[in-house]
Design a protein around this ligand. Sequence first.
Ligand SMILES: NC(=O)C1=CN([C@@H]2O[C@H](COP(=O)(O)OP(=O)(O)OC[C@H]3O[C@@H](n4cnc5c(N)ncnc54)[C@H](OP(=O)(O)O)[C@@H]3O)[C@@H](O)[C@H]2O)C=CC1
Ligand SMILES: N[C@@H](CC(=O)OP(=O)(O)O)C(=O)O
Length: 347
Amino acid sequence: MNNPSQSGLNVGIVGATGLVGSMMLSLLAERNFPVNRLRLFASPRSAGNRLSFAGKDVVVEDASAADYSGLDVVFFSAGGSTSKALAEKVAAAGALVIDNSSAWRSDPEVPLVVAEVNPHALRNIPKGIVANPNCTTMAAMPVLKPLHEAAGLKRLIASTYQAVSGGGLEGIEVLRKQVVAGAEGCAALAQDGQGVDLGTPEKWVVPIAYNVVPLNYVLGEDGYTEEELKLRDESRKILELPDLRVAATCVRVPVFTGHSLSMNVEFEHPLSVEAALDMLKDAPGVELSEVPNPLDATGKDPVFVGRVRRDPTVINGLTLFVSGDNLRKGAALNAVQIAEVWLSQKG
Ligand SMILES: NC(=O)C1=CN([C@@H]2O[C@H](COP(=O)(O)OP(=O)(O)OC[C@H]3O[C@@H](n4cnc5c(N)ncnc54)[C@H](OP(=O)(O)O)[C@@H]3O)[C@@H](O)[C@H]2O)C=CC1
Ligand SMILES: N[C@@H](CC(=O)OP(=O)(O)O)C(=O)O
C-alpha cells in the first residue's frame, strides 16, 4: 500500500453517483477526512458528469477504464460484480480498498470490520481489501458485541424491517411510484376492505407500498434468503463466533431509510435487563431509545436500541429492538470509520 502524503490522502469512490456513494461524499466533508485529491468513478453511463466536493466540481470517470495509480484509499459501493472485477486491480495499484459490497466478505484473507466492534481485524490486511458488512448485520453488531462480552452470545433469532433505500436509488423510486399510485386505492381499502391495485410488482416479488415483503432477495440454502444467510455468516465472522446459532427472517418494508431488527438473544450466562441497559448506554456507536424507529434514526450516526426486556422462552435471554440508518452506519459511515481507524493504526 502507498504511504499517504502529509497533505492528506488521495481518495477514490467507485459508485460515487449512487445513494451510498453520495453519502460517502457528504461524510468525507462532514468528518473532515484528510482528503488531498478526490477522484470519482461510476459506470460509463455517468462518465463525464460532475459532482461537487468541498466547493469544487469533480468529473466522474468510467470505473472500468480508469488508471488507479496514485490513490491511497478507494471506497467501493457499486455492487458485488464491480468489486469482484476491480478491487484486486485497485489494491495492486497501491490503494487500500474498502468495499461496501458482499463480494469479499467471506474471504478469510479479507477483514470484515465494524469500526467499534472489531477494529483489531485491521492489523492484517493481506489482500489490501477490507470489507464493510451488510447494512442489516451492521445495525445489530454494536449492540450485540457488549452483550456478548458480558454474557456470552449463544443464539440469535432476528426479524428485520428493511428500508427500500437498501435497494439503492431504484428501490426509492419504486416505493415512491407505488405510494402515489395506491394513495386513492388505500382510502377505498379503509372504507370497504377491497384490495389496492398497485400494478405489476417491480423489483420485489409483490408490491412494497402499503405492504411488507418477507421474501427479500433470492433463496439460498434451506429456504433462507441470501440476506438472512449474510446476517448469520457475517455475525459469526465479526464477533469471532464461528458456531453462533442464527435464524433470521429478513423483510422489506415501505420505509425509505432506516433498517430495524427485532432480536431474541440467548446467552450462556444470566444478564439482567438493567445490566444490559447499563452496558448499552456506554457502548460505542449505540444510543438508548424508548422507541427506536427508522425515521428518528435517519441522518444519525449511532444505532438506536430499546424495548429491552427478558425473553421468557429461554433461561438466559433478552428481547430487543434496534434501528439504524442503513446508508450512514449501514454503509458509508462505517466505511469512512474503517479508513480513519486504519490511518490511526498506521500512526
Ligand atoms: N443501500 C444500502 O443500504 C447499502 C448498499 N451497499 C452496497 O453499495 C452498493 C451500492 O448501493 P447504492 O448506492 O445504494 O446503489 P445505487 O443503485 O444507488 O448506486 C449504484 C452505484 O453503482 C454504480 N455502478 C453500477 N454499475 C456499475 C459498473 N458496472 N461500474 C461502475 N459503477 C457502477 C452506479 O453508477 P451509475 O450511476 O453510473 O449507474 C452508482 O454509482 C450496493 O450494490 C451494495 O453492494 C452496502 C450496504 C448498504
Ligand atoms: N441488502 C441490503 C443492501 C445491500 O446492498 O446489501 P449487501 O451490501 O449485503 O449486498 C438491503 O437490502 O437492505
